[in-house]
Design a protein around this ligand. Structure first.
Ligand code: TF8
Length: 335
């Protein structure tokens, strides 16, 4: 039998492709990844991890470039840039997605999660994944949730030990009706504002205070303009990693898979780092001169009572089933 040169070459090529699995289909691409916090923050550190990890997985083909400190715009501006296809990826608060899908207010319901474990189980479980999938019809692809964390109050006026102390305080909140209702209920003057404008607003006295996890109070240097910190943990805030659907649909299956796997690895890194730095942040803030108030269990219970009306209002505005689903999933997690 005579083997032609062509058949030998073909056989050799087949053998090698088979041996190497399939050659992954990665094109050289630049991915602009925007975020709102400083480079030296849990958000910034995770963005860097993501870029490094993705480069490793794709032999340097998928180049992610992080843009911190809202240099590509606020959360809401970036969401719109993703929808329009002008930016590839971002991470930001789920709370600011309510303009795109009001269901995202569900995570902001006061005191809904008791600890990070419950949040992880809901966010990574069917509830969180179904909500994320709904974004596709709005032009966004949700990849994973990161931890922003439990939110605490700061202000420049006085220590807050009970909700009555909030009376008349001009408090910046995220652009989200659940927050506005919650803090109006506490007697504060709730002012919705983009995070990117917050530091200046506190510095100039446009607002007296704000609420965010201690990690953000540290990394955004809010201690420079805020004297009082109250540990209220009134809401657990997730961050969500988003991609532009217009852009995503043009990726190869291998590229999508690499980004998805890298996003999952980054989520694990980010949650771990956030939890570790959160444990140290309170001491850091005390050293910087902040006066820390531990709000008593009794006062937290009174706050919980007051916020029931905000939860009921959200439910009555077309979210009855969503709130029930979350509560019943939480019961399962608690068992
Ligand atoms: C807030 C959020 C921020 C996010 C971030 C800039 O208070 O907690 O962490 O918006 O993406 O706005």
């Amino acid at each position: 039998m005579k083997l032609s040169l062509k058949s030998i070459v073909t056989a050799a090529a087949l053998c090698c492709v088979a041996a190497a699995g399939h050659a992954a289909d990665f094109k050289p691409r630049i991915i602009r990844f925007g975020y709102g916090l400083a480079e030296d923050s849990n958000q910034g550190h995770a963005a860097k991890f993501f870029a490094d990890d993705l480069a490793k997985r794709t032999g340097g083909k998928l180049k992610m470039k992080g843009f911190g400190s809202a240099s590509l715009g606020s959360d809401v501006q970036m969401q719109n840039a993703l929808i329009g296809g002008a930016q590839e990826m971002m991470v930001g608060s789920t709370a600011t997605l309510v303009g795109i899908d009001s269901d995202f207010g569900v995570y902001d319901l006061p005191f809904i999660f008791r600890n990070e474990k419950e949040a992880d189980a809901i966010l990574d479980g069917p509830f969180g994944q179904n909500l994320m999938a709904k974004l596709q019809e709005k032009g966004l692809v949700g990849l994973v949730y990161w931890e922003n964390g439990f939110r605490n109050l700061t202000n420049s006026k006085r220590p807050i030990a009970k909700m009555e102390d909030l009376q008349g305080i001009k408090l910046r909140v995220m652009q989200n009706p659940v927050y506005i209702d919650m803090f109006k209920g506490f007697g504060a003057n709730a002012i919705p504002l983009a995070f990117s404008e917050l530091f200046t607003a506190m510095e100039t006295g446009t607002v007296d205070g704000q609420e965010n996890p201690v990690t953000t109070i540290q990394s955004s240097k809010f201690y420079e303009v805020q004297k009082y910190l109250s540990l209220t943990k009134h809401v657990y805030s997730p961050w969500i990693v988003l991609a532009s659907k217009k852009w995503w649909d043009g990726l190869s299956a291998d590229e999508k898979k690499a980004i998805q796997e890298s996003a999952a690895a980054t989520r694990d890194f980010e949650r771990k780092e956030t939890r570790e730095s959160s444990a140290k942040a309170i001491d850091f803030l005390k050293q910087k001169g902040m006066q820390v108030t531990v709000v008593s269990d009794k006062e937290i219970e009174r706050m919980q009572e007051t916020t029931r009306q905000a939860t009921q209002k959200f439910a009555s505005e077309g979210h009855t089933k969503l709130v029930k689903d979350l509560q019943s999933d939480l019961e399962k997690v608690r068992k």
